[in-house]
Write a protein that binds this ligand. Sequence first.
Ligand code: ADP
Ligand code: MG
Ligand code: MG
Length: 367
Amino acid sequence: GDAQCGKIREAIDLLSFEGEPISWERYGSGHINDTFRLVCRDGEKEHLYILQRINHEIFTDPVSLMRNIAGVTSFLREKIIAQGGDPYRETLNIVKSRDGKDYVTDSDGNYWRGYLFISGATCFDKVRNPDDFYQSGKAFGHFQRQLAEYPAEELTETIVNFHNTPVRLETFKKAVEEDVCGRAHLVEEEIKFVMDRADEAGAAMNMLKEGTLPLRVTHNDTKLNNIMIDDVTGEALCIIDLDTIMPGLSIFDFGDSIRFGANTADEDEPDVSLVSLSLPLYEIYTKGFLEGCQGSLTQAERDMLPMGAKLMTFECGVRFLTDFLQGDTYFRISRENHNLDRTRTQFALVADMEKKWADMEAIVCKY
Ligand code: ADP
Ligand code: MG
Ligand code: MG
């Protein structure tokens, strides 16, 4: 609206864009931030930018968030230059404020940032064919490899305990005990499913504590539309949407991608008999991911990849079930038992992975 228009103007004036701002329009299909494409003119030359209002309801600490992004992108920049790549297309580039900061605030207290616009590349909302899923695996594997030497402990955990499964389980147990909606008796089977796997769910975090798994930079939002695919080569060019980069485990990014990308059914499919792990899709992603990692994972990380897939699926199901028990306050629902259906698809997928475990491990060994 007009109010936001005034604020955009404020933000534009505070950021060090080159040339005169000519026009801006809403851009892309992201669901979190308000994203605009900005055109600036400097004589004959046009400069394109992305301008974003950071969603500070979801990201309550935009200053730390931008410090994370600035740290990771400047590290990537140096790496890409050393490798002879194109630092303007293969990573995000922050446009600084006129006073040298990585973001600006408007008079309403909104946080804004600018990025150079990456041209000649596209973000796709849906996987069009298995090659997209392969490219995605390769891109996120490459992201791991490029950031393997980054001091991950220096990143701020912008969403605390995001993939801390034991903490998620504690929240779940509390929800069962409190049973504020009187729904626990409806899901006894699902509660048992969780409790049967409670010990196993702590394995990865224990390995981190013991030093068996290294702390890594994780992206945490590995959707296809957070990857720019080069229009000419058809290959992944750049990983974007770095709002959720945090310290974590490499198996989180891998596992979550398998969870949403290799399921034969939708996440909220009411007919759980349609849910299964597609081994061909699992294999394609694993191949891409490990090729992208180029040997930068430790043996223990490789061994734990199937567990990463199971853990992310299990954890997601636990979160849906917790929300069902708490009265659907976190995940938006559009029908009765929506969160219960979501829980059941995740647990059906976990159960199918358990059946296919030997195949999942054998596929990791192949690459
Ligand atoms: P959200 O968190 O809302 O998903 P994103 O950072 O993913 O926000 O941006 C939304 C969309 O804007 C992306 O899917 C992509 O299409 C586009 N976009 C973001 N950054 C750039 C960029 N630097 N160059 C070109 N397009 C971009
Ligand atoms: Mg996005
Ligand atoms: Mg995002």
